[in-house]
Design a protein around this ligand. Structure first.
Ligand code: G6P
Ligand code: MN
Length: 445
């Protein structure tokens, strides 16, 4: 079983490889191909993986290449975790938006649109190549903004591309724990778009335990989302939103916290990772030690930009490990071995949410088996959630249209229609600002 990782020189690749090392069963991944545009980063990460593999007899063999087509040929799974424009690009996404007084977060608001505009053309090129060179491969997309990018790729790969995120499963796990249930046994009634979903129920042994949580202010205030959103607001909503909804419900505070931060998240990670890759230029460097130290620092500051302002506590060890690599592994296992499982994934809507068309990629619990991911029927969203989901999906569609046509006017429309961009003039200036700093947006005419 061959897994190709695009963005193979990325800092989080050792997490994926670490997860693969725990799998000793028949049908596991035996070959990993790392692809990246940057040979230096590939080399650094390959050295970390080699140290991880030491002493593991059945460790997957690792090869590296900067040739995309070569990487794709013969792949059974393609894991896409690229970052077009790098972390410098992410820092610029934040900076340009903040200068206009709007949010420049990686996936939400103006920042997510800018990131989407430069990522979609690259993701579409990858999808076309996969369709040609590895038509039977399954593509697991982790590249953000994950819902939008998955939808772009699905236009060429259909249901062979599946988007993943760790935030819904992390949220479900925290709620189950507060309720004293085993997260693995809980059925989470969650739906929306990526980074824009709500838990409306959490069933343990067939019983919905969420009402018990919502009725108990002490329990509700005891976990991360309770602190982030506040007990009263969660009770008003009657649901637990994904942490990224904080950027909508507390937008002013989030923008202010970003503005006041010494460094934005993107700038922090850019500087921190530059140091790691720099350190790895020394052929004598202890790769795994250097990586692990950098990882620990990164996790300790996870999303601190909004959590501190909201007084949210720290995450526990399980949450800090991210968890997306576990989602990826579970997904590959279920497909490769036809082991039926339920995972919250980004897939085409079909008829799940009647307010969206069948092609719209949504985030929803899916039954996964050798035939892929099949969304489960869920209850409709409440009106307030439907409003946001439809507005943001309409923006995503404008981003896809702008990426396809190269139209600057359409790009302006995408920014202007976003609920977190408060003036068409701001949208115009955002397009000016972003095209000035991002070479990856030079296609917009
Ligand atoms: C969560 C989200 C990912 C996002 C990551 C950002 O895991 O689900 O989509 O990429 O946070 O973490 P970072 O450490 O890069 O800020
Ligand atoms: Mn995510």
């Amino acid at each position: 079983m061959r897994l190709t990782i695009l963005g193979g020189g990325g800092f989080r690749v050792p997490l994926v490889y670490g997860a693969l090392l725990t799998d000793h069963a028949e049908g596991r991944v035996t070959d990993v191909v790392l692809h990246d545009l940057d040979a230096g980063r590939l080399d650094a990460v390959a050295r970390v993986l080699a140290e991880q593999a030491a002493g593991v007899p059945d460790a997957p063999a690792v090869t590296t290449t900067t040739d995309l087509d070569e990487a794709l040929r013969g792949a059974d799974f393609v894991f896409s975790a690229i970052r077009v424009g790098g972390l410098e690009g992410r820092a610029n996404d934040e900076r340009v938006a903040l200068a206009e007084g709007v949010l420049g977060q990686e996936t939400v608001g103006a920042g997510g649109i800018a990131y989407g505009l430069r990522t979609v053309p690259v993701a579409v090129d990858i999808a076309r190549r996969v369709a040609r060179l590895a038509p039977d491969a399954w593509v697991i997309n982790f590249t953000n903004p994950a819902g939008l990018v998955t939808e772009a790729m699905s236009r060429h790969l259909g249901d062979r591309v599946i988007g993943i995120c760790d935030s819904p499963v992390g949220l479900g796990r925290r709620i189950a724990r507060v309720l004293g249930g085993d997260p693995k046994q809980a059925w989470i009634d969650y739906v929306g778009l990526n980074h824009l979903g709500w838990v409306r129920g959490l069933h343990i042994a067939g019983r919905d335990e969420l009402p018990r949580l919502l009725a108990d202010p002490d329990l509700l205030g005891s976990f991360e989302e309770g602190k982030l959103f506040g007990v009263d607001w969660l009770q008003s909503l009657g649901a637990i939103p994904n942490e990224y909804l904080h950027y909508y419900y507390f937008n002013r505070e989030a923008v202010r916290a970003y503005q006041q931060a010494e460094k934005t998240r993107g700038a922090f990670l850019r500087d921190q990772q530059e140091r790691f890759y720099e350190e790895m230029r020394d052929p004598g460097a202890r790769a795994l030690t250097a990586w692990d130290r950098t990882r620990a620092e990164r996790e300790a500051t996870y999303m601190a930009e909004n959590r501190e302002s909201a007084g949210a506590g720290e995450r526990d060890a399980d949450d800090l490990s991210g968890g997306y690599e576990k989602v990826a592994l579970a997904l590959m296992r279920a497909i490769a071995r036809d082991e039926r499982t339920t995972l919250i994934l980004n897939v085409r809507n079909r008829t799940t949410l009647s307010v969206l068309d069948t092609e719209a990629v949504i985030e929803v619990p899916c039954l996964v088996d050798a035939g892929g991911a099949h969304p489960v029927t869920v209850a409709p969203l409440p009106d307030h959630a439907t409003g946001l989901v439809c507005a943001v999906k309409a923006v995503e569609r404008e981003v896809l249209a702008a990426a396809e046509s190269g139209s600057r006017t359409t790009a302006v429309k995408a920014f202007a229609l976003h609920p977190l961009v408060d003036s068409v003039n701001v949208a115009r200036r955002l397009v000016e600002g972003y095209t000035a700093v991002h070479p990856g947006l030079s296609y917009l005419k």
